[in-house]
Design a protein around this ligand. Structure first.
Ligand SMILES: Cc1cc2nc3c(=O)[nH]c(=O)nc-3n(C[C@H](O)[C@H](O)[C@H](O)COP(=O)(O)OP(=O)(O)OC[C@H]3O[C@@H](n4cnc5c(N)ncnc54)[C@H](O)[C@@H]3O)c2cc1C
Length: 392
């Protein structure tokens, strides 16, 4: 493993930093801007992504024929790190994991139809996997798609659908064969979110923001051409998608960089408040410094394997478990250090660190749930990493 970035990579890092300094408002903070909650925030977000797309940075390492620049994986990593450190707006699911999964499993027509539009930031995807009775046990999903002529007719309900209220398309997991063993009767469809019969209802997060939703499908008609890959082989596509997703959720290089930034802010805070000689605080911060570094290296390992053309599996789970749980430790220790002031959100003039810790504390709960819980990741590490028998 080579830890040194090349001159070219360092030059690119500088370029990304300059761009972010120029394009993000002074003192930019994602939380103060309200995440995806408001139309204004959404407009800013998409305009920002348009600028990235014009530079070709949204899909840096994708093949040129699909709108990418075929830049090395390590440049992609540098880009993601800087985006994370600066808490820049999210790149979206199309760019980060649905596009890559489509590249592997879609037909050539589907790739040509969707990938260049993702890379130009023209379309936005949501991920239609979880149902009220199918989260960790995703293979139990019940949303049904029945082929009638050249169309599937979809009925069912999904939940925790991040950005479904903003999305143009859903990467939807459906049951196409209810008689087959549960992993073998699932397919993936690309569904227009403005199709008749789709109802999107907000589910508020504990942060108070509207980011995810329940989505209901009532006799929704989807062209057969929107079936991804083979019918009833969708389970493999779900696993590929989740594998890409886990590499950016909780334990990715962008997250590790954002934890580093939060730690730096905490260190500055204890200096400014003259508590930098408190042994307990010093030890807690030092421990976090070690863990932030480990999170960075675990994320680098995943990128390094990708650069070698390998497909990381349990290595992604290791990074996700560690990064997701580190996020919670960071938020907990941050709250202990900031005390009562830490509980104030960004709109309060008394908030310490502009309310970041209060938001992180609430958001960090999700880092060990989304894209598969820590328990599920541990099961995968035991099974695939340690070769232990399937325990459930
Ligand atoms: C912020 C966020 C965004 C999300 N966005 C999306 C999205 O865009 N699209 C989407 O489809 N879904 C999304 N999800 C849903 C997410 O994938 C599920 O919440 C997750 O997979 C867990 O499923 P569940 O909530 O049904 O919990 P359950 O599966 O009911 O789990 C409950 C508890 O039981 C434990 N458990 C379950 N099975 C086992 C087992 N075999 N061994 C040990 N422990 C077990 C779990 O670890 C958990 O602690 C999102 C979730 C969050 C938090």
């Amino acid at each position: 493993m080579d830890f040194v970035f090349t001159e070219r990579e360092e030059a690119f890092r500088k370029e990304v930093r300059q761009f972010l300094a120029q394009e993000l408002p002074p003192g930019w903070s994602w939380e103060e801007f309200g995440g995806f909650d408001t139309d204004e925030a959404w407009k800013f977000h998409r305009a920002f992504l348009d600028k990235l797309a014009r530079k070709g940075w949204l899909t840096l390492s994708w093949p040129r024929e699909y709108g990418g620049q075929e830049r090395p994986v390590m440049e992609q990593l540098v880009f993601v790190e800087e985006m994370g450190y600066h808490r820049a707006p999210h790149l979206g699911m199309g760019v980060t994991f649905i596009g890559p999964a489509l590249m592997l499993h879609g037909t050539e027509e589907q790739r040509r139809e969707f990938l260049p539009r993702i890379s130009r930031s023209e379309i936005w995807f949501c991920e239609g996997f979880t149902e009220p009775g199918a989260g960790s046990d995703l293979a139990s999903l019940q949303t049904r798609a029945v082929l009638e002529g050249d169309e599937y007719v979809v009925n069912g309900q999904k939940t925790f659908q991040t950005w479904a209220h903003r999305a143009d398309y859903s990467w939807l997991a459906v049951r196409t064969d209810p008689e087959a063993p549960k992993h073998r009767g699932i397919s993936v469809l690309i569904v227009d979110m403005d199709s008749p019969g789709i109802t999107v209802r907000p589910v508020l997060e504990m942060t108070g923001l509207h980011i995810f939703n329940e989505v209901f499908f009532d006799e929704v008609r989807v062209s057969r051409e929107r079936l991804v890959g083979e019918e009833n082989r969708g389970w493999y596509m779900l696993m590929t998608t989740l594998n890409y997703e886990r590499a950016v959720f909780g334990g990715g290089a962008g997250e590790a960089a954002s934890y580093k930034r939060t730690l730096e802010e905490l260190v500055n805070y204890v200096r400014e408040t003259n508590r930098n000689d408190d042994p307990l605080i010093r030890h807690k911060l030092a421990e976090l410094a070690v863990e932030v570094e480990i999170a960075r290296l675990l994320a680098y390992r995943v990128a390094w394997m990708q650069r070698q053309g390998q497909v990381p599996t349990f290595e992604v789970s290791i990074a996700k478990v560690f990064g997701g749980e580190l996020c919670q430790r960071l938020a907990n220790i941050g709250m202990q250090i900031l005390g009562l002031l830490g509980q104030l959100m960004s709109h309060s003039k008394w908030a310490a660190l502009r309310g970041h810790m209060a938001h992180l504390y609430l958001n960090s709960i999700a880092t060990t749930i989304g894209a598969g819980t820590s328990e599920i990741q541990r099961n995968m590490i035991a099974l695939m990493g340690l070769g232990l028998p399937r325990g459930f």
